[in-house]
Ligand binder design. Structure first.
Ligand code: NAD
Ligand code: UGA
Length: 467
């Protein structure tokens, strides 16, 4: 076991990963002091808000953990220098979006924030520090981090001479909406590294709540690549079932029945087989594109083409849905009222990054539709920012609705894009009375049971259901 004693942890980045991950570590390890730092003042202020409904991210169970750890051994601040210099172990959990310009634009990950974090660590750290990649990173990034950290000893200040670092990879596999469950009961924890003492120090922390057989230790590069590969495999399953959904619609098969039939084969498994409007979220697309870029970089164009197709299919699925809405509404949505139920990329999160709703809604707005959008957790501000980033030719109008009935008043159609619990088992008899006839319900998440609308004049289109 490691002789390194960890007392203070710092996490750079208070986002969807840094916040929940450190909250759970603080909860499970009351003897550790955990400091989460961020350059975003507004975000840190929200993490420190006494009203737990105003935390910067919505994640079931997070408020409960924050209420018992914050101020005890969990602290959120913008105090970079002190938090880093006091820490024995530093997690880098900053954003790694796709590059928008320069070499590899549109595919490679932008490592600016990771590099900036490594430089801050190089500058402020004291003594021996274990630096951990928590962000999802291209294979061999640890090498770049090591190089940056090495530069620190070039200075001639007295205390800088004694700085040493060990770099580990410890990718995060949590999914939004179930983050607390995933962190408390992970399928596995993955740790890549070359320094056995540092690896042991991190293993020891996880052993506070994760059984040892679920802690996998590998070399650095396997750990970095496994994270990209895991996301690519998961996304590939969604594109696979979505491709079958279109097949079902064309042939009279039912994608739910097909998913059940194939998922009972243990070798295939029954999870991640829900057809839908395409995968969203900040990571699947970015991580596959990164894999595509790296495949090209390492001279593997066939591998690059193979994985790129997963993203191509995903975009096609989103376009397909918008075109079906258009076609069913007699080829035009100009001036027509459409309710959008759900804007987040999946249920139980307020995150809209890469949400299929952004593309589908903006396509409808380009056609002149009037949208009333209802989502239980996504704010007007966030949707406005999402549309602004796209800079499309908006010919329509959109507004937020306060409730499902408010959204459905006088609409010609309802488009369900997220499977929030409250969208299941709705009283469609009542809701149909609020809408204009002929009324369409487009259900991309299989939340409406055909029986629920049989006594109404609603026309129901369900993704992946042929007739
Ligand atoms: P995020 O954008 O929510 O949070 C990143 C935070 O880092 C931001 O608040 C930003 O202000 C901060 N930051 C950036 N540079 C900084 C610096 N130099 N110093 C201090 N703070 C800085 O991102 P996220 O969703 O938490 O993702 C973080 C990483 O984890 C990404 O690499 C992502 O691929 C990976 N990941 C995300 C998820 C997920 O579900 N969101 C799951 C697994 C892995
Ligand atoms: C995903 C992975 O599941 C996590 O393991 C990983 O840590 C994370 O990415 C990451 O690296 O960011 P997340 O994106 O939060 O987590 O959520 P998922 O549950 O994977 O859903 C992603 C998208 O796929 C959502 O839009 C969801 O609606 C869609 N999806 C998921 C389907 O369309 N069908 C399914 O069967 C499952």
């Amino acid at each position: 076991m490691s002789s390194i004693k960890i007392q203070k942890i710092c996490c750079i980045g208070a986002g969807y990963v840094g916040g929940p991950t450190m909250s759970v570590i603080a909860d499970k390890c009351p003897d550790l002091e955990v400091r989460v730092v961020d350059i975003n003042n507004e975000r840190i202020a929200a993490w420190n808000n006494s009203d737990l409904n105003k935390l910067p991210i919505f994640e079931p169970g997070l408020d409960r953990i924050i209420s018992r750890t914050r101020g005890r051994n969990l602290f959120f601040s913008t105090e970079m220098e002190k938090s880093i210099s006091d820490a024995d172990m530093i997690f880098i959990s900053v954003n790694t979006p796709t590059k928008t310009k320069g070499l590899g634009a549109g595919q490679a990950s932008d490592l600016s924030w990771v590099e900036a974090s490594a430089r801050q660590v190089a500058e402020y750290a004291k003594g021996h520090t274990i630096v951990i990649e928590k962000s999802t990173l291209p294979v061999r990034t640890a090498q770049a981090i090591k190089e940056i950290l090495k530069t620190t000893n070039r200075g001639n200040k007295k205390d800088e001479i004694s700085k040493t670092f060990s770099v580990l990879s410890n990718p995060e596999f949590l999914a939004e909406g179930t983050a607390i469950h995933d962190l408390e009961k992970p399928d596995r924890v993955l740790i890549g590294g070359e320094d056995p003492e540092a690896v042991d120090a991190l293993v020891k922390i996880y052993l506070n709540w994760v059984p040892s057989k679920q802690i996998i230790c590998t070399n650095l590069w396997s750990s970095e690549l496994s994270k990209l590969a895991a996301n690519a495999f998961l996304a590939q399953r969604i594109s696979s079932i979505n491709s079958i959904s279109a097949f079902c619609e064309a042939t009279g098969a039912d994608v739910q029945e097909v998913a059940k039939a194939i998922g009972t084969d243990k070798r295939i498994g029954n999870q991640f087989l829900s057809a839908g409007p395409g995968f969203g979220g900040s990571c699947f697309k970015k991580d596959i594109l990164n894999l595509v870029y790296l495949s090209g970089y390492f001279g593997l164009p066939e591998v690059a083409n193979y994985w790129n197709q997963v993203v191509v299919l995903n975009t096609w699925q989103q376009d397909r849905i918008y075109k079906i809405v258009l076609e069913k509404l007699f080829g035009t949505v100009n001036g027509k009222n459409i309710a959008i139920l759900g804007f987040s990329f999946k249920a139980n999160t307020n995150d809209t990054r890469e949400s299929p709703a952004i593309r589908i809604c903006s396509d409808l707005l380009e056609e002149g539709a009037i949208l009333s959008i209802y989502d239980p957790k996504v704010s007007f501000k966030r949707i406005a920012e999402d549309f602004e980033k796209l800079s499309f030719n908006n010919q329509g109008i959109w507004k937020m609705a306060n409730s499902i009935p408010d959204a459905l008043k006088n609409v010609d159609a309802v488009l369900i894009l997220t499977a929030w619990d409250e969208f299941f088992g709705l009283d469609w008899n009542y809701l149909a009375s609020l809408m204009r006839s002929p009324t369409w319900v487009f259900d991309t998440r299989s939340v409406v049971d055909r029986k629920e609308i049989e006594n109404t004049d609603i026309n129901l289109w369900k993704l992946g259901e042929g007739n």
